[in-house]
Design a protein around this ligand. Structure first.
Ligand code: RM4
Ligand code: MN
Ligand code: MN
Length: 427
């Protein structure tokens, strides 16, 4: 158990040090004409959804190493999500993956989440794996399969996800497909995309008026030569073809190494189709490492685009922030805590950019000072703002410290019998 009293005791113990750090930063920012209180208010409002699959142990195709206390079902996953939420307060929304999280009783699951201050945010379909008893295989694709029967089965699965989501009070549906080819010639590129769009159209028509449909592009994996929804341009084309409820989702790890993801974000904003994010970090591919762990400056630059759009009042701009990570060597609760803090950090740092000065340097082609303007914001340590925002909303100044001393993982290890050692991982 992790109690509010444990959190408050920790906060009290560190209160003087935090107040001193906060006052010091307030002075520094005041010199730059920045009101620290408005930043705390923004940090308190920041939200990012946690993936249900992120509280379990991820894996690779070589293996998966479970841990003691690992959640075994969606209710236990929500218990772990609640711990993250209690400590950081920015993560009440949960993304679900069907059939991994398929509820036996949707009303009960919804009540279970809501009684913990959580809600179901986005539904995610899975047509990249075959499920036991499934009549037709997805080995050669799903929504874009050459066989109409397979396409129909994949569409039906997505409709079921939406239906479950409606019972759970979800507000979006996210579709990522593994469709593609391993060899030149295997897939007819144009015909496959036509079939994909056709299937997606059926799903789109079932998306409730108040929901959004997110589609997620990815340049490779599991297909190693070509994928059907391979990049943001194709994603943009598809979401435009589909209509106003369809939006492009950017998973940071779904691009080739060195790709400028922030310009993709800016383009999708400008074209009115940026639906949201799957945040994570990577060195080589879809590594699904913790957000901000490898390329924190890139994360800042992405938020710089987001904040710039927010401040300039771009219409049709309400991106859904979600994490999509695979925790192979850490306690997933700790990774999710850290990642949500890193996102809030990048968001607040991006608020510090002197946009008037930046614009002036851009207009006068002063490249050096333009970069310096961004760097001034990026190198400001906003930790006291983040900690204060957490404390004021009932969370922990030092979330990892509280979590480690709470004994929560030990308790779950006792309550939840040891996991079965599985072979290959799935995500
Ligand atoms: C994919 C993609 C999807 C996620 C699956 C598990 O690579 O990122 O968002 O649902 O992994
Ligand atoms: Mn993703
Ligand atoms: Mn991925």
């Amino acid at each position: 158990m992790l109690t509010d009293t444990q959190i408050q005791e920790h906060n009290q113990a560190g209160a003087t040090a935090l107040a001193e750090d906060f006052d010091h930063l307030a002075l520094q920012l005041a010199r730059r004409n920045i009101d620290i209180e408005s930043l705390v208010a923004r940090a308190e409002k920041f939200r990012v959804a946690v993936p249900s699959w992120g509280v379990g142990r991820g894996g690779t195709r070589f293996g998966r190493f479970g841990f003691a206390g690992e959640p075994r079902n969606i209710l236990e996953k929500l218990e772990d999500c609640e711990v993250v939420f209690k400590l950081v307060r920015t993560t009440p929304g949960i993304s679900l993956h069907i059939p991994w999280d398929k509820p036996e009783n949707a009303a009960q699951l919804r009540a279970f989440a809501e009684s913990r201050g959580l809600f179901i945010d986005s539904m995610n379909s899975n047509t990249f794996q075959d499920q036991p008893g499934q009549p037709l295989s997805y080995q050669f694709g799903s929504l874009s399969h050459t066989d109409r029967g397979v396409r129909q089965q994949a569409v039906a699965h997505n409709l079921e996800c939406i239906q479950i989501g409606q019972q759970l009070g979800a507000r979006s549906h996210t579709v990522w497909i593994g469709d593609g080819g391993n060899f030149p010639g295997q897939v007819h590129f144009r015909r496959a995309l036509d079939r994909y769009l056709d299937s997606l159209g059926e799903i789109y028509r079932a998306v409730p008026e108040t929901w959004r449909l997110f589609i997620e592009h990815k340049f490779y994996e599991p297909a190693f030569y070509s994928t059907v929804l391979n990049d943001w341009g194709t994603s943009y084309y598809c979401t435009r073809e589909l209509g106003p409820r369809a939006w492009s989702l950017v998973d940071l790890g779904h691009h080739a190494p060195n790709v400028n993801v922030e310009i993709i974000v800016a383009r999708l904003i400008q074209f009115g189709k940026l639906g949201g994010f799957h945040f994570n970090d990577s060195q080589y591919g879809d590594d699904d490492l913790d957000a901000g762990s490898i390329k924190p400056f890139q994360l800042f630059l992405i938020f710089n685009e987001l904040v710039d759009a927010e401040l300039s009042g771009v219409t049709a701009f309400d991106p859904a922030y979600m994490l999509d990570q695979s925790h192979n060597v850490t306690d997933p609760i700790e990774s999710l805590i850290t990642s949500s803090v890193e996102l809030t950090r990048a968001y607040i740092q991006a608020q510090l950019v002197d946009r008037g000065a930046l614009s002036k340097f851009q207009e006068s082609n002063d490249a050096l000072m333009a970069l310096q303007t961004l760097k001034q914001a990026y190198t400001t340590d906003v930790s006291p703002i983040l900690a204060t925002a957490r404390v004021r909303s009932g969370g922990a100044a030092d979330p990892i410290g509280v979590y480690r001393s709470s004994g929560y993982r030990k308790a779950t290890a006792a309550d939840r019998p040891a996991p079965v050692r599985l072979g290959a991982g799935i995500v």
